[in-house]
Ligand binder design. Structure first.
Ligand code: MN
Length: 236
């Protein structure tokens, strides 16, 4: 039997896949809190605010890398690996000191990005309604003032990091800056909206123009998702 190129590739692919089975066995039982959540929309769904290639690399490569690194840090202690990541970030004392910064970076990276995909969406933008709108007005004066504060904090975060809208442990809204992948959860705050201002989040399309990216990002914020998170966070 003579195989053409396509058929040959199929056969080679199949045998490679079967070779990979032993190492995939472990992945098949990969810890439930440490699998890449599928993007809830297409890679190009946030165009033109965020381009398809940025979304592909950001979700498939960057987010996956945080997860892989987190697993490698935690896998020697099943108890840690089976803890909800948020719980781990709330009490880092359970993590051996030598691994703590790695956990901050990578478990933080996993949790931050999971939030990031959820609070964006096609047909996003505009302003929130209902209880969240009221809470924003009463805390910041108006939606515009809130937006300005969050944009400024995102634009002026020096180097890599985030700006988050959080619910504090007193149940109040606050906008905070965060360096690297530091999660507000470590400070007892519940992030309900976050903008990633690492260069990997915008550089392909916006290069050095971070404020342009921030301006475009507001157009893809999924306020329904943010409102649901706010309601849950405020319940305590
Ligand atoms: Mn990122």
């Amino acid at each position: 039997m003579t195989l053409n190129r396509r058929e040959l590739l199929k056969v080679v692919g199949a045998s490679l896949a079967s070779l990979a089975v032993p190492s995939l066995n472990w992945a098949a039982q990969s810890p439930k809190y440490y699998t890449l959540p599928p993007l809830p929309y297409d890679y190009d769904a946030l165009e033109p605010s965020i381009d398809k290639l940025t979304m592909q690399i950001h979700h498939d490569k960057h987010h996956q890398a945080y997860i892989t690194n987190a697993i490698n840090l935690l896998k020697s202690d099943a108890k840690l690996l089976e803890m909800p990541p948020e719980k781990l970030l709330m009490d880092l004392s359970v993590v051996p000191e030598k691994d703590r910064q790695g956990v901050i970076n990578n478990v933080g990276g996993h949790v931050n990005h999971t939030l990031f995909w959820e609070i964006m969406g096609p047909k996003g933008g505009g302003e929130p309604t209902g209880a969240l709108a009221k809470a924003i007005d009463s805390r910041f004066g108006s939606f515009d003032k809130f937006q300005k504060e969050m944009s400024t904090k995102a634009a002026t975060q020096f180097g890599s990091g985030w700006a988050f809208l959080v619910v504090t442990n007193k149940g109040e809204l606050e906008v905070v800056q965060s360096k690297n992948q530091d999660s507000p959860i470590m400070n007892g705050q519940k992030p309900i909206l976050g903008i990633d201002v690492w260069e990997h989040a915008y550089y392909l399309k916006y290069q050095n123009l971070r404020p342009k990216y921030i301006e475009a990002w507001w157009k893809v914020v999924n306020w329904k998702a943010v409102s649901e998170k706010a309601a849950t966070a405020m319940k305590g």
